[in-house]
Design a protein around this ligand. Structure first.
Ligand SMILES: C[S@@+](CC[C@H](N)C(=O)[O-])C[C@H]1O[C@@H](n2cnc3c(N)ncnc32)[C@H](O)[C@@H]1O
Length: 342
């Protein structure tokens, strides 16, 4: 990760954020130091899914300024270890929260195999070129069966032009990467929920304080441009947040994916039909959120996608959803529904 906009965002702005938090007060620290789209709703989903326990060691890979790890320590009593390659972000996290920070790359974690209890990696994979290497390292330091919580920004289309340095995986590619690294996906959601105003107001106050001092700085302009691109891509439905709870598969156990030859954990029978329907529904939600009519009203130079194509895709997805619903109800009426025996 060497793109200048990313260094600006994850190093320079990270340090300035810590300065602003110190000026404004401690209550601003956790919200403003969550810099990977995580909010309390998403963090609570991940913490509950991973069943974080007081005293257990949580490694946060790509921890940034440490907001999510500090939140987990405060709310769930875990003992976090932060791993982050950007020196200013590491210094900021240590200064703000006094947590142990390792300055290192996620693809070379300087910890012993099986030495932690749980891992998080939030908003990081889309900034990393070799995602498989980071996932393999997390797998190595977790014991078998231990939980991994991920927040990943996924793209509808692998060709979506990300902000500088970002390479968004599709949901399917992410599932493949996790499987290949030796993780079993337990549960995932594309609807993490919004942050409450009490949280967003504090984030905005800190951002305004940073802008007040550094607006004229090149690094600030670069980071602001990244953030604007993210906002437009989210608004157009081209990218979305996916939360994943996975567990480390014991060594030598084949993945259910490869055992069943399908894309998800149990792609046979009625579960396959339901899963397919849910996937189409999720795609349709994203297509609707992209609001092609609004995009069409903008100048062509502003378009992030062709609205005519998006409308055609929405129609196609509606047809597909109809077919998926029929497939599922047909499957149930043939006596294969849950509880009816196969
Ligand atoms: C969007 S920020 C998220 C920070 C933090 N996880 C959070 O949610 O607040 C992405 C972070 O990933 C870090 N990162 C990028 N490449 C990395 C790598 N190869 N290994 C570990 N962390 C990396 C960046 O330095 C940055 O702090």
């Amino acid at each position: 990760m060497t793109a200048s906009a990313m260094v600006a965002e994850f190093d320079d702005v990270a340090g300035w954020t810590a300065d602003a938090i110190e000026r404004l007060g401690e209550r601003y620290a956790i919200p403003a130091a969550c810099r990977g789209s995580a909010n309390p709703t998403a963090l609570a989903w991940l913490a509950e899914a991973c069943e974080l326990k007081p005293g257990s060691v949580l490694l946060d890979v790509g921890a940034g300024v440490g907001g999510p790890a500090a939140w987990a320590a405060e709310r769930f009593g875990v003992r976090p270890i932060l791993l982050e390659p950007m020196p200013a972000a590491c210094r900021a996290a240590a200064r703000l929260f006094g947590l142990p920070v390792v300055t290192a790359d996620g693809a070379r974690i300087p910890l012993r195999a099986g030495s932690i209890d749980a891992a998080w990696c939030l908003g990081v994979l889309d900034t990393v070129r070799d995602k498989a290497a980071v996932l393999r390292e997390i797998h190595r330091v977790l014991p078998p069966g231990a939980p991994l919580g991920l927040l990943v920004i996924v793209a509808r289309d692998p060709r979506v032009p990300g902000p500088e340095g970002n390479l968004f995986p599709t949901r399917r590619a992410l599932a493949g990467l996790l499987d290949a690294a030796g993780f079993e996906v337990v549960e995932q959601t594309d609807r993490p929920g919004d942050a409450p105003l009490s949280w967003t107001r504090r984030v905005e106050r800190v951002a305004a304080a940073v802008a007040g001092r550094h607006r004229a700085d090149r690094a600030h302009a670069l980071a602001a441009r990244q953030s604007e691109t993210f906002t437009r891509l989210f608004a157009s439905g081209q990218i979305s947040v996916r939360l994943v709870h996975a567990t480390r598969r014991p060594a030598g156990r084949p993945s259910e994916r490869s055992a069943h030859g399908g894309p998800m954990s149990t792609p046979t029978g009625d579960e396959f039909e339901i899963e397919f329907e849910a996937e189409v529904e999720a795609e349709l939600e994203l297509a609707k959120a992209s609001d092609p009519a609004r995009v069409a009203a903008q100048p062509v130079s502003e378009w992030l996608f062709d609205p005519a194509e998006a409308e055609a895709e929405e129609v196609e997805l509606r047809n597909l959803l109809g077919a998926a619903e029929e497939l599922e109800s047909g499957f149930r009426s043939w006596g294969h529904g849950p509880g009816e025996g196969a």
